[in-house]
Design a protein around this ligand. Structure first.
Ligand code: SAH
Length: 268
């Protein structure tokens, strides 16, 4: 049996941010399933002539089951293209379950997530030495409730960088929860609407202006909200490039300094 379903990350929008592996698998697929509103049409250029192309918003989950049943029956290769990276808010799990039930092989192919694309749009690192060394990828509750202890306020109390998905539609409660959690009102924020698409827009502001700015711009969806003290322009100089810091590619001027064990990984 050669039938298989690939869940392929298409990246944030720009078609050249699709991975080479993703493009190759799309070109080999008998069926390509994609969402017009979230994935750039350019990814379809990789589809081979004669491949069946299905717009995913036109099929409910039952339709997905039918499609995967047909794949198993007819030995089809299916490329299911997801926005960004399929491991984040991709609803891959329920589809993978269907594959398991049908005994259909499946595999995930990573993609460039929108949080990285948003950071690139504003030219910031999300981890800044001595300021923030962790990134919280999260969202606000909506129709999808949040598990206990995963509310914005609890995460805000940690004070590191947050990348907030799916949450531009209600910016006022979002801002309030971020402030109540403990971020200072002047905490830098960046909102990137449709990162890497031709109509990309960027807002950079203080946290206490966040909701007004999002409202004024009219963003309700496809916006990534980055918050945290590390987003300040300039940031702190990384130890990695300090003259007193040594790693495997460079010897420190002051050789008495020890090489932290993670330096290699961080420098590569
Ligand atoms: N798997 C995707 C996320 C899907 S959930 C990923 O890894 O990026 C959809 C949310 O992702 C949107 O509400 C928005 O917050 C964010 N998003 C997806 N594409 C985006 C883009 N091009 N620019 C900004 N945010 C984006």
């Amino acid at each position: 049996m050669s039938s298989k379903v690939w869940f392929i990350g298409a990246g944030p929008g720009a078609p050249d941010l699709l991975t080479i592996r993703g493009a190759k698998l799309i070109s080999e697929a008998d069926v390509v399933v994609w969402a017009r509103s979230l994935v750039h049409e350019g990814v379809l250029e990789h589809a081979r002539e004669g491949a069946e192309v299905i717009e995913s918003t036109t099929i409910p989950l039952e339709g997905v089951r039918e499609l995967y049943e047909r794949a198993a029956r007819e030995d089809l290769k299916i490329a299911r293209v997801h926005s960004g990276d399929p491991s984040l808010y991709g609803a891959v799990l329920e589809q993978a379950e269907i594959c398991e039930e049908l005994g259909l092989e499946w595999e995930m192919v990573p993609g460039v997530s929108s949080f990285g694309a948003a950071a690139a749009a504003v030219g910031r690192e999300l981890t800044v030495p001595e300021v923030s060394q962790s990134v919280i990828l999260t969202r606000r509750a909506s129709r999808t409730p949040m598990p206990n202890n995963e509310d914005i306020k609890t995460f805000a109390a940690i004070g590191t960088t947050m990348a907030i998905f799916l949450s531009a539609a209600k910016p006022r409660p979002l801002q309030q929860e971020l402030l109540e959690g403990g971020y200072a009102p002047e905490t830098p924020c960046a909102v990137v609407y449709r990162a890497t698409w031709p109509d990309e827009e960027v807002i950079e502001c203080r946290l206490d202006e966040l909701a007004d700015r999002i409202r004024a711009a009219g963003f309700t969806r496809q916006a990534m909200i980055l918050v945290g003290p590390g987003l300040k322009e300039g940031g702190t100089r990384s130890h990695l490039y300090s003259p007193n810091f040594s790693h495997s590619f460079r010897k420190a001027e002051n050789t008495s300094e020890h090489l932290p064990e993670e330096a290699d990984a961080a420098a590569s």
